[in-house]
Design a protein. Structure first.
Length: 281
């Protein structure tokens, strides 16, 4: 994962600078193969040489530090990413891998899954969960919406399992909840997006350990993403991935099908509307 993110970032910098691998190598006095090997995460490039390339590509300071640190770990498996204060874009690695995934399966127990949150709902979730300053919330929300646009483009199958309680938890105000629930109905009819709800009446279920996402790809092994208060965690080892696939198989048998899930969403909207009318009276 580290190697893919590093290589993709260098390619993006080269494109932004209008340079090919060969052109960059010539400007640095390198062989073209050296640039290609660096992009592919192969060892043999010194910190000074990498710094020269990043300087040539006019890399912003924060990205410079990120890529220098990342290159030293490109061959390590699994990845724990501590959430640093002042960094509202905490889903970069997840977004980059969702873009190349062929299949994304997510489970969310307490809130609406991030891939189908509307902006106002995401704002209140970010305020409550991400410990972000108020000034950083617009960036947090815009990053979340950008992630949705990239992932929900129809080029991958997405299945989102959510607990019924995630739709009943009040977030923001009644208007925000109404917008969010109606949004779920609208997107649930997209052919590549499957929304499945686990009803409260079922009781204990396999997803009690917490939320996660499973990403599958065409040419690389699958991975699991988990998010906690202090870190994003990515698991690549097959035994870990297998355990989460087992959880998803159980949720698949527990959850309502798509039609029944849409019916439940509609019922919740009706109940919320009736409750609001009573409250206004």
């Amino acid at each position: 994962m580290r190697g893919r993110e590093f290589g993709d970032a260098i390619r993006a910098l080269l494109r932004a600078a209008g340079l090919t691998n060969r052109a960059a190598a010539e400007l640095l006095g390198w062989q073209e193969a050296k640039v290609s090997e660096l992009i592919n995460g192969k060892e043999g490039t010194t910190d000074l040489e990498l710094a020269q390339l990043l300087g040539l590509l006019r890399t912003p300071p924060a990205e410079f530090d990120h890529l220098m640190a990342l290159y030293r770990e490109t061959n390590m498996r699994d990845w724990l990413q501590p959430k640093s204060a002042g960094k509202p874009d905490r889903a970069r690695t997840l977004r980059e891998h969702e873009k190349i995934a062929t299949e994304v399966t997510g489970w969310s127990m307490n809130i609406v899954h991030g891939l189908v949150q509307v902006a106002d709902y995401a704002h209140f979730v970010g305020r409550a969960m991400a410990n972000l300053p108020e000034d950083d919330l617009p960036v947090y929300v815009s990053n979340r919406i950008a992630r949705q646009k990239e992932a929900l483009d129809g080029y991958r199958t997405i299945t989102l399992y959510m607990h019924e309680q995630a739709l009943r938890l009040p977030v923001g105000n009644p208007a925000v909840m109404a917008e969010q629930l109606h949004h779920l109905l609208r997107v649930s009819v997209r052919p590549y997006l499957n929304i499945r709800l686990v009803p409260t009446s079922f009781g204990p279920h396999a997803g009690l350990s917490g939320d996660f996402n499973l990403l599958k790809f065409k040419k690389i092994p699958p991975l699991v993403h988990l998010e906690s208060e202090g870190a994003n965690v990515f698991l690549e080892d097959q035994p870990s991935v297998d355990r989460y696939e087992t959880v998803l198989k159980s949720l698949d048998q527990t959850a309502l099908d798509e039609a029944a899930s849409r019916k439940l969403i509609t019922e919740i909207i009706g109940e919320e509307t009736q409750h609001d009318q009573v409250a206004q009276e």
